[in-house]
Design a protein around this ligand. Sequence first.
Ligand code: DP6
Length: 348
Amino acid sequence: TVYRASTTAPVNIAVVKYWGKRDPKLNLPTNSSLSVTLSQADLRTLTTASCSASYPSSDGDSLLLNGEPSDVAGARTQACFRELRSRRAALEAANPSLPKLSAMPLRLVSENNFPTAAGLASSAAGFAAFVRAIANLYELPASPSELSLIARQGSGSACRSLFGGYVAWRMGDKADGSDSMADQVAEASHWPEMRALILVVSAAKKGVSSTSGMQQTVATSGLFQERITKVVPQNMDLMEKAIKEKDFAAFAEVTMRDSNSFHATCADTYPPIFYMNDVSRAAIRAVETINANVGRTVAAYTFDAGPNAVIYYLEQDTEAVVGTFYHVLGEIDGWKQASLKGLKPSMS
Ligand code: DP6
C-alpha cells in the first residue's frame, strides 16, 4: 500500500516585515509580522506526500522540487519531519490499529507555478504545503495555528501561509517557541477589494538569502534595535487597526513605511545589503506619482529580500494604478511587463 495526500499552499506578502531571529535554531523572530495571503490561482505550491512500507528504507525521506531532487538534510527540513513524525507516532501509540506510517520513509513531490527563490516568497508557500501535506497524510488533528508552529521551523514566513486573508505571526516570548505562531487578523472576505500587483523585476535567484541577510542585520545594525523595539510594535498596531477599519490610506502608509524601514536596516547592515535596484526605485516613484495625480493614496509598494515590487491597491482603483504602471514602467529596461498581474487575497 502507498499512502498519499496532496495539498496546495498560497504565497503571502508581508506588509509588516519579519526580519531578524532571536533563536536561529527554533527560528524564533525578533518581531511580530503581518501579511496578506494571495490567491492560489496564480502563485502556489502543490505538494504530494506519500509513504509506504515498500519504499526502501535506505532511500530515507526525499523531496522532488519542480522535478529536481532537493536536499532534505538541512536542519530546518529535518525539524519539520521530526515534529510531524513524533505527532503521528503519538497517535499510533494511542491507537495500535493505525498503520505505522511514522516508521515509513516519506516521499514529497512539490511544484511551484512561479520562479523559486526569486524573492517571491516561495519558501513560505513551500514549507506551508510541505507541512500540511504530511499532516494530512498522517491524519493529524492539528489546527492551522498548530501547523504554523511546525512550518515556522521550516521557514519563518511559511507560518503565515497556513491561513488565508490577513494574517499575523505573533513573535511570542517563550524560549521554547511554543507561542510563536500565526493567527488570522481578518478573513479575505472582510476586505475582498484588496489587490496585489507583482512587478517581476528579476526572476533570478536572489543575492543574499533572507536567512543570512537577517543574521547579518541582527549582528551589525544599530538602526535595527529602533526597528524591533519601536517601529514594528507601532506598525503592527496601526496595521491591525487599518485592516479592521478597511482604511486603505492608513494600510498603505504603514506598508510603505515598514518596507522603507526594513530596507533601511539592510542598508545599515555592515557590510550593507541592497535588495532594491534602479527598477525597484522607479516603481516607488511611480507609486508616488500615481498617488499625487489621483490626489489620494490608491497604491502602496512593498519589497522583500529582492528587487521585485508588490503593489497593493483596491479593485475600484485598478484603472489608475495598473493602467499607469503599464504607462510609466513599460519602457524601462529590465522590467517584465508580462509578469504583471492583479492578485486577490486568498479565500482559503
Ligand atoms: C523579507 O521566511 O524567508 O520576506 O525564516 O530564514 O526562512 P527564514 O526567512 P524567510 O524571511 C522572509 C523575510 C521577508 C519578510 C517577510 O516575509 O515577513
